[in-house]
Design a protein around this ligand. Structure first.
Ligand code: APR
Length: 247
């Protein structure tokens, strides 16, 4: 894939990089997007019936079972060439932060080190009352669905993801915001840049004078403002970008 000359020179002189990834990055590995995951018996349910604290309070088993199915799906997928290109890119820069809205750990599985998970991690569980981690052995040993929490008498195990109406993990968001305000180049990859507050990150980078590069086969809210909008998939564009850094 041919890259614009200006993009290559911006990358070669950059020292600080922020990468924001979204559902499109994982979709290319076969992880259904939130909307696509509502198939079969889940089709008639709305996002607010499945991914809110209220839904879990009112129908914990329905919500738990839906996440179990998504977890099963995530266990069956692998990182693609775009994930591995990001691992390689990380090694070229003094400062590199990968802020992901994805909850499937594919970046870490590929080998990325500086990752912040803005929306949590679907493979982990926490107590619904205290937010404390519950280990996998405890989940496996329980016959209840969802399992009771070991941390609180009224608590249940729930997925360690950020639901609609919940705040993002403050440390993760602060690190990403600091990087957005201070980076030389910001990538926005596989995200519609609609879901706040993560969507604000590339716009903060733009306002702070960074070069913003979008990778998305379809136009988004960011496309017109980004310095470079590559209409390609992540697995097509990222290996080409990593190759530029190798030269
Ligand atoms: N490579 C790059 N981009 C892609 C690819 C691909 N192979 N396939 C699809 N896309 C793009 C789509 O064109 C779309 O713009 O990925 C984007 C996905 O957008 P959303 O589904 O809105 O996902 P995201 O921006 O990550 O949404 C944020 O909202 O659904 C909730 O919690 C969920 O973390 C998610 C958050």
């Amino acid at each position: 894939m041919e890259l614009p000359a200006g993009l290559s020179s911006a990358l070669k002189t950059a020292k600080k990089i922020l990468v924001l990834t979204g559902a499109g990055m994982s979709a290319e590995s076969g992880v259904p997007t939130f909307r696509d995951a509502r198939t079969g018996m889940w089709k008639k349910l709305r996002p607010e019936d499945l991914a809110t604290p209220e839904a879990f309070r009112d129908h914990p088993k329905v919500v738990w079972d839906w996440y179990e199915e998504r977890r099963k799906n995530v266990r069956g997928v692998s990182p693609h060439a775009g994930h591995y290109a990001l691992v390689e890119m990380e090694q070229h820069f003094e400062h590199f932060l990968l802020a992901t809205q994805n909850v499937d750990s594919l970046h870490q599985q590929a080998g990325s080190k500086q990752v912040v998970e803005l929306h949590g991690n679907i493979m982990l569980s926490i107590c619904s009352e205290t937010g404390k981690r519950i280990d996998e052995e405890w989940i496996k040993s329980s016959t209840l669905r969802p399992p009771a929490s070991p941390h609180h008498p009224k608590g249940l195990a729930r997925p360690a993801v950020v639901w609609f109406g919940e705040s993002l993990p403050i440390d993760a968001m602060n690190r990403a915001m600091a990087s957005a305000g201070d980076c030389d180049v910001c990538f926005s990859i596989g995200t519609s840049t609609l879901v706040q507050p993560a969507a604000s990150l590339p716009f903060i980078a733009l306002d702070s004078g960074a070069t913003v590069i979008e990778i998305n086969p379809l136009p988004t809210a960011l496309s017109e403002k980004a310095h470079y909008s590559l209409q390609a998939t992540a697995a097509e564009a990222l290996p080409a970008i990593a190759a530029v850094l190798r030269d």
